[in-house]
Design a protein. Sequence first.
Length: 341
Amino acid sequence: MKKLFAILLVLAMLSACVGEKPAEKPLDESPAFSETSTDKFLKDCVYVSLEGKYGVCCGEEVITEDIYDVYKEIGRVGGMTLYAFGKESGTKPTVLYNEDSHPYAVGETEKILWDIYSDSGEAVLPISVDDAEKYDKETLYTSLEGTLYMYTFSDEGEIIEEEKDPAGKTGEVYNGLEEVRYYYGASPLSVGYGLADAEGKTVIPAIYTCFTPIFSDRIIADARNGFGMMNAANIYDIEGNLLCEKYHMVIYKHMNSETNEWLGIGYVAGPESQIESVCRDENGNLMTPGHRFIDKDGNELSEVFTDDIKDEISSKEPVMFLTDANGGEMEVNLDDYIFVP
């Protein structure tokens, strides 16, 4: 009897198991970047896909798909850390430098369009930009197609001021040529100035810092580095022909307005000056450091002097005593180097 009862009990238990509804599998509540996910969280608002593309996130929430080719951290501005997410987008203009560190033309470089996000995954700017750079804890510089944009943020991350310095004509005119401006990056130091004719055709490329019209048919184009030091002082005619690129600095002094007499000085810095660029003559030889008298086209009229003659010239005292490059003192008559353009 006990044996029969045991058998019946086992059968009842089996029957109950067969009739039970299987327990439902709980919903997957794992975060977006789990160990089995192909997308990996990197930092703050950045994640990367298995394909090496980048996207924007906020914690476990995906803000954008992995549509970006690159990303970079800009820094902390307005109480938040800013990130730039970029897509390759063809090319953009850039200044070309020769082996002597002189700018000589405008070329092309890779263009990346950047979208700016905060560390919480919020879009910061209304537009994509081709460069972005932190200025200080309140200010972000960006550029787009040669225009510089400056954004000032509050401590709460809100834009409280926006300024822009547009590309194109500046309103300055030199010997009938209109000055144009272009920012090659998100920094005031990246600006380049050029000259264009009335039809907008480039006469002098936008690679210089400033222009000085000397005579009706001559213009000095100065290029300076980021520290304000002279890189080149080139002489152009108004057709855009480069006549001279041998000097770091070129100065012309009007000696007599009635007779329209001028003196020209060309200066080359020595290696101890920390100027990065190198000056060469027409044959490719290094120029001798120092000052020399020149004509309106930059041709040398005298030997080289170690004296800073541009500050010592006087129309009332035509004779000067100067030291040549070999250390010898000599008498110089300024009348020998005066010219009428």
